[in-house]
Design a protein around this ligand. Structure first.
Ligand SMILES: Nc1ncnc2c1ncn2[C@@H]1O[C@H](COP(=O)(O)OP(=O)(O)O)[C@@H](O)[C@H]1O
Ligand SMILES: [Mg+2]
Length: 274
């Protein structure tokens, strides 16, 4: 299974849109996909058509109690499952403040979960707090959605330091494996310049144990497309809402790139056959 956290501590960069529509595209391609909504705003849950009521179990109960993932998981489309969030998740960080191993809760829950998936995608909140930390400890890969405007690189070093610290102390498998340009303004010089800068930044030689040594800035650029902004309020993925749109085209193309990408486990030596 490939497990991917969608992370950027900035809000509004395309995390949820990418988590939902990439998952839907992978599921359409026949992969078994599970989405975990780890953002108290519960946007991914709404986008996937699920409204979690106050009485329903959600990811909050998984994170703070004995509830197993299987008890919360719901099928939302063919080949697509969701661990939904509720606003109460906002209290999790304080509720867990005193707990030992509080950064490994999600990993421990996943370790005892018996259902098999091809992909696990985690939609993270716009912060680098305990919930995001739990995602980073639980997954092997990070995808970083970015909006190519002039502040795109601002705050990146903090994010990279966090990934590096987690990979050194808590999760040696962790790698930043993908950059996704979202809300791309085709034909503007700014978008081209910034995405060029980001590619150059990550193309610079890294030490062999750097968690972003194998990062790929995906060729697919998700164009700004109003259909992508409309789809969440209908509780539908872009493929259900507007399957002929640029948004659908771009996320399908992104899924093809993700499927073609081979995940390289840093802890398994690559054997080169002569
Ligand atoms: N490619 C796009 N074109 C147009 N609107 C988009 C696109 N991607 C995201 N949006 C909209 O921008 C807003 C922020 O995106 P979202 O995915 O929720 O970001 P985040 O999860 O990082 O906060 C949402 O209203 C979303 O519908
Ligand atoms: Mg979001």
């Amino acid at each position: 299974m490939r497990s991917i956290a969608i992370i950027n501590q900035k809000g509004g960069v395309g995390k949820t849109t990418t988590a939902v529509n990439l998952s839907a595209a992978l599921a359409d391609a026949g992969k078994r996909v599970c989405v975990i909504d780890l953002d108290p705003q519960a946007h991914a849950s709404l986008h996937l058509g699920l409204v979690v009521s106050d009485d329903d179990l959600s990811v909050y109960d998984v994170m703070t109690g004995e509830t197993p993932l299987a008890k919360v998981r719901r099928q939302v489309a063919e080949s697509l499952w969701l661990i939904p969030a509720h606003l109460n998740l906002a209290a999790a960080e304080t509720d867990l403040a005193e707990r030992v191993r509080r950064e490994s809760i999600l990993r421990d829950k996943l370790a005892v979960d018996e259902t098999q998936f091809d992909f696990l995608l985690i939609d993270c909140p716009p912060s680098l707090g305990l919930l995001t930390l739990n995602a980073l400890v639980a997954v092997n890969e990070v995808f970083l959605p970015m909006q190519p405007h002039f502040l795109a690189l601002h705050g990146l070093s903090k994010l990279l330091q966090t990934i590096e610290a987690v990979s050194q102390r808590l999760n040696p498998e962790l790698q930043l494996s993908g950059i996704v340009f979202c809300m791309y303004e085709t034909g503007t010089r700014l978008a081209e310049e910034v995405s060029g800068d980001v590619r150059a930044f990550f193309a610079a030689p890294q030490s062999a144990d750097s968690p972003w040594e194998n990062v790929k800035a995906f060729k697919t650029r998700v164009r700004r497309n109003i259909r992508l902004a409309e789809a969440p309020s209908f509780g539908q993925s872009i493929f259900q809402y507007a399957h002929n749109s640029h948004g659908a085209e771009d996320y399908q193309q992104l899924a093809r790139e993700v499927l073609a990408q081979s995940y390289i486990n840093p802890n398994v030596p690559v054997v080169h056959v002569a």
